[in-house]
Design a protein around this ligand. Structure first.
Ligand code: GLP
Length: 247
């Protein structure tokens, strides 16, 4: 596991974008695993800037997103499909037909999950998976639980996640209670993983996840077993790592 410590959010975003752009340059038709949440927004902004400068093309890139709220359609402004269109896809030359986000409106959510995993397999797996991390250590929407779940699946959101995400909705009651999320298998099988973390409020969980016991109570801790993980964080998010002498 590599740690790249950056002065602030902007520098962190730039470093993460550098890793992604290196992947796209080396393998133009790579499969990118993409993430939502507020942390990767700056990374996407930087990628868009480099695309606009002509430094980068997504014309052949295929993408698979981690998760989607169950019950939200892609045109709902809080859906993760909508997020991706607005924060990246609409601004670069990626072919939308080559992008995938689980369908939150699928009539048979379990069948949608199975089809999602089959699609990832058909693509040959994920070359680079970008991840943010929740305050409870969730990745995608793999919430703390008694066991790790391998396949893409429907999950009940933790109350802390609902609370954290309610700022984006009109009220807490509007936050969906369930989501479809890629499981730990596709994430762990990604050939490389880039985790972005920012802010003091992530400092404790960053330490727990990457230096604590590997446990489904902290889903991101499983990444300790992955051979190619780069954690890109700002000083605030790495403050406990620094205090504990981990860096
Ligand atoms: C959401 C997403 C995760 C994301 C996490 C952290 O619930 N499903 O993929 O990593 O929240 O979000 P943020 O980056 O806003 O802290």
């Amino acid at each position: 596991m590599r740690f790249i410590s950056c002065a602030d959010y902007t520098a962190m975003s730039r470093q993460a974008a550098n890793l992604i752009s290196a992947q796209v340059i080396v393998k133009p038709n790579c499969v990118l695993g993409l993430a939502t949440g507020s942390t990767p927004i700056g990374t996407y902004k930087q990628l868009i800037e480099w695309y606009n400068k002509g430094d980068l093309s997504f014309a052949q890139v295929r993408s698979v997103n981690l998760d989607e709220y169950k019950g939200l359609s892609g045109d709902h402004d809080q859906s993760y499909r909508y997020f991706m269109q607005n924060n990246l896809f609409n601004h670069v030359d990626i072919d939308v037909a080559n992008t995938s986000v689980p369908n939150g409106k699928a009539e048979d959510a379990d069948a949608e999950c199975a089809a999602y995993d089959a699609h990832i397999r058909e693509l040959g797996g994920i070359d680079l998976q970008l991840l943010g991390m929740g305050h409870n250590g969730h990745i995608g929407f793999n919430e703390p639980a008694d066991e790790f779940v391998g396949p893409t699946h429907v999950v009940e959101l933790a109350q802390s996640t609902i609370d954290a995400n309610k700022r984006f909705f009109a009220s807490e009651a509007d936050v969906p209670r369930q989501a479809l999320t890629m499981g730990m298998a596709a994430i762990l099988q990604a050939r490389s993983v880039v985790v972005v973390v920012s802010g003091e409020d992530k400092a404790e969980i960053v330490h727990k996840a990457f230096f604590g016991p590997i446990t489904p109570r902290v889903p991101a801790s499983l990444l300790q077993l992955h051979p190619n993980v780069t954690v890109v964080g700002d000083e605030a998010a790495f403050s406990v790592l620094r205090k504990e002498g981990c860096l």
